[in-house]
Ligand binder design. Structure first.
Ligand SMILES: [Ca+2]
Ligand SMILES: [Ca+2]
Length: 379
């Protein structure tokens, strides 16, 4: 028993009680010359594995997770800070665990998770990883029309109530439409009458030129055989119409570009179009809208000619020699001013032809050229 006690005493050098028991013999307690059993009072705590009795001392073999002479201290396994990356350490008996931030995993939260791997962003959004220990370790970049942390929310484009005149708004993907019988425009803000759109702007009625969706803008082709004065005047007259209708300068600028593009498609030269635009820009809208005051009866006599391309030199010759005509005794009564030239279409054989009441049958899918059997053929 003493040998056993000495053995433990020797192995416990540095143990305060052991030191105390071996160096100060005056405190050794004996009963009848025998060593007292210090373990008899159950000094070891927390379910210690064993109490070892020695000469005037005892030694506790602690249960895992405890320390101290009487195993009274629960070891703090978090003291060494085993959890990484900002994780929270939770101390238990003989163990610990780590509560990881959302973007880490592993016993000690040592492994970073790719937060985009699980495709958390919705509706075709792009997921991008955020560094650090943020509460949400990724960011969703939404496509247009979606919002929310995960882009889960379809933005309500009708929320701002864009449709006017009691129109019904339809919330669609990244857009809206307005249902409005009787009104036109994206927001049902306009009323259309013939070629004019009316809307309210700054508490005033605004007018703008309206192109019907069915408009083909098939103006007379510039290379046609009509007199140049005729073709040249068409762009001017169309731009004049626009300048009268458009109450807003910006609207006119936009509409005039459209009109010019229509004429470009009909092969009108840039020179003619820019001249027409220049002339219009020299006329302010008030003048364009003013009623024509030139109602004085003219003394010019109409010179009516049957139209033919070869006739135009005659007209030019008359204008060139108008001074001679004005002074010649035989013509001066008629040509005191240059005449007004007009053209008429001569009667031709088509006026006298009668269409057959029974259209000739056309065999479908037969190659060749056939009459269309309509009044106005698309040639
Ligand atoms: Ca512990
Ligand atoms: Ca929407």
């Amino acid at each position: 028993m003493q040998v056993f006690g000495r053995m433990y005493a020797a192995s416990l050098m540095g143990h305060p009680w052991a030191h105390h028991s071996t160096c100060n013999n005056s405190t050794i307690l004996t009963v009848g010359g025998h060593d007292i059993d210090e373990c008899a009072s159950n000094p070891c705590l927390n379910n210690a594995v064993q109490c070892l009795d020695g000469p005037n001392f005892f030694f506790c073999v602690c249960a895992p997770g405890y320390t101290g002479i009487r195993c009274e201290t629960e070891i703090d396994e978090c003291a060494s800070r085993p959890c990484q990356n900002g994780a929270t350490c939770n101390d238990f008996v003989n163990m610990y665990n780590c509560t990881c931030p959302p973007n880490f995993e592993g016993v000690n939260c040592e492994n970073e998770i790719d937060p985009c791997l699980s495709e958390p962003c919705l509706n075709n959004a792009t997921c991008s990883e955020l560094g650090g220990d943020t509460s949400i370790p990724f960011q969703c970049l939404c496509v247009d029309g979606f919002a929310g942390e995960l882009c889960e929310e379809d933005i309500d484009e009708c929320a701002s109530m864009p449709c006017q005149n009691n129109a019904t708004c339809n919330n669609l993907l990244n857009m809206y439409t307005c249902d409005c019988p009787g009104f036109e425009g994206v927001n049902c803000e306009t009323v259309v009458f013939l070629d004019t759109e009316l809307s309210i702007s700054d508490r005033k009625i605004k007018s703008n030129l309206h192109f019907k969706p069915t408009d083909s803008h098939n103006y007379l082709m510039y290379p046609s055989n009509h007199p140049r004065s005729c073709t040249n005047s068409i762009p001017f007259s169309q731009l004049l119409r626009a300048s009268r209708i458009c109450s807003d300068d910006q609207d006119f600028a936009k509409v005039s570009k459209q009109i010019i593009s229509f004429f470009e498609q009909r092969q009108y030269p840039q020179r003619v179009l820019s001249n027409a635009l220049k002339r219009i820009q020299g006329i302010d809208r008030a003048s364009a809208l003013a009623p024509k005051t030139d109602h004085t009866p003219t003394r010019r006599i109409p010179l009516v000619l049957s139209f033919h391309p070869s006739v135009t030199p005659i007209v030019r010759a008359i204008y060139r020699n108008v001074e001679t005509l004005r002074h010649d005794p035989s013509t001066r009564d008629h040509f005191f001013e240059p005449p007004i030239t007009a053209f008429r279409i001569e009667k031709n054989i088509s006026k006298h032809l009668v269409r057959a009441s029974q259209p000739q049958a056309v065999v479908p899918n037969t190659p060749g050229t056939f009459p269309c059997n309509r009044g106005r053929c698309n040639t």
